[in-house]
Every structure is written in C-alpha cells, then in structure tokens.
Design a protein around this ligand. Structure first.
Ligand SMILES: *[C@@H]1O[C@H](CO)[C@@H](O)[C@H](O)[C@H]1NC(C)=O
Length: 217
C-alpha cells in the first residue's frame, strides 16, 4: 500500500499497482494483477481491518475501469500510466488522447479470458452487498459474451482496443470456466455455505483456480 499504490497523472481517482523488480518501481500492471483487489478485501474481512478492505475496493473499481475504457469493453493484458508521484515518461502519441480520458494506455492488447477483474468484483460485492458490483460484473460478462463467443466455446482476443476485439486467438483457457464464469455465477447467486462471508467465519476458501477448499474447523 505504501510503495506500490500509484495514481495516474490524468486520473488521480484511479489506483493501480506499480511493478517492483527489487530495485525500483515502474508504473506498469496488467490483468493478472487485478486479483490484488480481491486479495486485500478478503484480508480486510478476515483480519477485521477495514483499511485493507477499502484499499481492495479501490483497486477493484480502478482495474474495472480498464474494461469501461476500451472499445471492446474488456480490459487489456498489460497497460502503463504516468505515476502522479513520480511523473516521468509519456504515452505514445497515438494513445495520448486515450490516456487523458482513461488514465492508462495499452501495451499488451490481448485478452486471454482472464478472471481476475470479475474475481475482485466478486469480493467487493460479498464485502459490501452493494449491487453496483453486480452491475459492473454484468457489464463485463456482456462484453465477454459478445466479443469472445466463438461457435461452441469462447476464445481469447487479440486487441481489446478494437470494438470487435481484433480477432480470436483460437484458444479457450481452462480458467475461463473454472474461474471467470464461476466468479460471475457466484456474484449473482444467493448466499450459500461456499460463499465468502462479510462478517465471517468463512467455511470455504477459493484457491488460485477458484476451487473451493473447506476451511479446517
Ligand atoms: C464508464 O465510462 C463512461 C464514460 O465513457 C462513464 O460515463 C461511466 O460512468 C463509466 N462507468 C462506470 C461504471 O464507471
């Protein structure tokens, strides 16, 4: 929270996480890192430390904004920004307008059916009960269902900056069913023993591939 949280110069309302290589931080992140929102939210709930929950929600909402900003409605694999606390660097000329509005520019334009953004929205919804997060997940689901559906399955996309997703990569990752669709399902179904609880204790924990594991009593 102290060293990696970063706000873009053009969108100080957003919080992304810098990358750290052991020597220096760099304002670059990606779809995978979007899991951090959910991780902080769960930490806040389990430890009963509201500051972590709040920070996680801030991340979940900010990473969702990458979905809201692209022409396809889906967030990119990798993106950069100019860190407001250390403003060096600039977007390429052809993405300057986009950076002014969106607070990031795209450096890896593919989408490989990753779950992390909706995963964090799931934790945000479970922590708050605020239907706003269901609406955001629904927006993401509709974009993915429209752009990635390919015959009998779903395919990754080559360029989320294009309205049609820039073509298929002809690959359906296993985590699309195991995680992306599972978290989208869980955010809309009723409370069940498997669900994350805002006021604890949790009977289950989801592992990295969203398989529920029973918490040992
Ligand atoms: C998505 O972006 C539009 C502007 O392009 C904005 O009006 C809208 O509020 C944004 N949605 C969310 C959920 O932030």
């Amino acid at each position: 929270m102290e060293h990696l949280a970063s706000h873009p110069t053009t969108r100080k309302d957003l919080t992304f996480l810098n990358q750290f290589d052991g020597q220096k931080t760099e304002p670059v992140t990606g779809h995978l890192t979007s899991f951090a929102g959910g991780n902080f939210i769960l930490a806040g709930l389990v430890l009963k430390e509201d500051k972590y929950t709040k920070f996680g929600i801030e991340l979940a909402e900010s990473y969702f904004q990458t979905y809201n900003a692209t022409a396809s409605g889906i967030g990119p694999e990798v993106f950069r920004w100019v860190d407001a606390a250390n403003p060096t660097g600039a977007p390429p000329a052809d993405q300057a307008d986009f950076y002014n509005k969106a607070g990031f520019w795209v450096t890896g334009s593919d989408y490989v059916l990753r779950p992390e953004t909706v995963e964090s929205l799931y934790y945000a919804y479970r922590a708050t009960g605020d239907k706003k997060y269901q609406d955001l997940a629904w927006q993401a689901f509709n974009a993915i269902n429209t752009k990635c559906r390919a015959g009998a399955g779903y395919s990754g996309l080559r360029d989320v900056s294009k309205a049609d997703g820039g073509g298929f990569d002809d690959f359906q990752q296993s985590f699309f069913l195991a995680e992306a669709l599972k978290y989208m399902y869980l955010i809309f179904v009723d409370d069940t023993p498997v669900q994350v609880k805002a006021d604890g204790p949790n009977q289950f924990v989801f592992n990295t591939e969203a398989h529920p594991f029973k918490v040992r009593a």
